[in-house]
Write a protein of this length. Structure first.
Length: 191
């Protein structure tokens, strides 16, 4: 190999090395600044994938039909202790925003509808319960741990993603929900 060819190969290797090093820095920085809450989950400011699911109380619901409202989606199972904590907190959060039109959806992961109905009869539920049979929607949203939740803004874009449960005392989450509810005019407080 002549000196010119060696110099060209060295530049290519250096360029590739620099590219991969910068890519790693960008991904690490993005992951640790909240741009991505979790690299396996969908990105913030990404349009939420649409879905159409059967509701526990009958009928079907489609996410895109809720554009114009703020939607909080909770993925979980009522036989999971952490999901039960989240559903109890959802009741508190719904109460806090009762003057606003916050839609809360609980996407039950492959559970028997009779078991879900028993849970609702015994405990009540602030969320509309939807049956995610075969975890099809959870797969679209890259949900691997329960509970996982997504806050969707009025235009259908993801504003926050949370793995684990969110409490009503979480000022960051509550502030973000209020900010989204106050944006625009459709969700002005009910009179």
């Amino acid at each position: 190999m002549n000196a010119g060819a060696t110099k060209m190969l060295t530049r290519r290797y250096l360029s590739l090395t620099l590219f991969f090093a910068l890519s790693a820095v960008v991904l690490f920085t993005a992951k640790n600044t909240g741009f991505y809450v979790d690299m396996e989950l969908l990105a913030l400011s990404e349009e939420a994938p649409n879905f159409k699911l059967e509701r526990l109380n009958g009928g079907k619901q489609q996410l895109k039909d809720m554009h114009g409202a703020v939607v909080w989606i909770i993925f979980g199972r009522t036989d999971d202790e952490r999901t039960i904590i989240q559903l109890n907190e959802a009741r508190n959060i719904a109460e806090h925003f009762k003057e606003w039109d916050l839609r809360i959806l609980f996407l039950s992961q492959s559970q028997n509808p009779a078991d879900l109905q028993q849970y609702v009869d015994e405990n009540g539920c602030a969320a509309a319960i939807m049956l995610d049979k075969g975890n099809r929607v959870a797969d679209k949203y890259h949900v691997e741990h329960l509970p996982t939740s997504y806050l969707i803004d009025k235009t259908g874009f993801i504003r926050t993603v949370h793995r684990g449960f969110v409490r009503a005392e979480d000022k960051r989450f509550m502030g973000l929900v209020e900010e989204q509810l106050r944006s625009g005019t459709r969700n002005a407080p009910k009179k």
